[in-house]
Design a protein around this ligand. Structure first.
Ligand SMILES: [Zn+2]
Length: 164
């Protein structure tokens, strides 16, 4: 848990540029994180957390499962409690959502494999990406397409036969 005082705004010369470039190391786990679009951040962060920030640009998204940090900019850190959605790739997340646009979670994939012997998650997502289309930029915390993560989750589930 991060105290609200950690959400204090940090002034910096690079604040409020349009889109973060390159990768920046997470202050918590030191893994390199990709920048997120302001509209992704705006759509997924709670109003209360946003109200403490001077602007919503230049945030980076930490994908490390064991790291509590979700978005960060310099020493401003946002965690699950600041998010409108459960960030499925973090350890202990429930549901462990992998596709935010069409509601696929690891739990749902496991249930489908148990019921039918296989999962149609990828096929379902690909079909729905064509029609009605996806909205990853404002639904997925990464701001990007989930297909890579879904493929990885299916392999992981098939290799262990159950949720870890
Ligand atoms: Zn991290």
């Amino acid at each position: 848990m991060v105290s609200s005082s950690k959400l204090k705004e940090v002034s910096g010369d690079n604040c409020c540029s349009v889109q973060p470039k390159g990768k920046v190391a997470c202050p918590e786990c030191s893994k390199l994180a990709k920048g997120v679009l302001e509209k992704t951040f705006d759509a997924l962060v709670k109003e209360e957390a946003k109200s403490k920030l001077s602007c919503m640009s230049d945030f980076y998204y930490c994908k490390t499962p064991s790291c509590k940090v979700i978005y960060f900019r310099d020493d401003t850190i946002l965690t699950q409690q600041d998010m409108k959605v459960i960030v499925g790739l973090k350890d202990g997340a429930s549901p462990a959502t992998v596709c935010y646009c069409f509601g696929w979670s690891k739990e749902k994939i496991v249930a489908e494999i148990e019921a039918t012997g296989k999962t149609m998650a990828l096929e379902d997502i690909k079909a729905k990406m064509q029609d009605p289309g996806c909205a990853c930029e404002v639904l997925n915390p990464s701001g990007g397409c989930c297909l890579g993560d879904v493929g990885k989750a299916i392999k992981e589930i098939e290799s262990i036969g159950k949720l870890s």
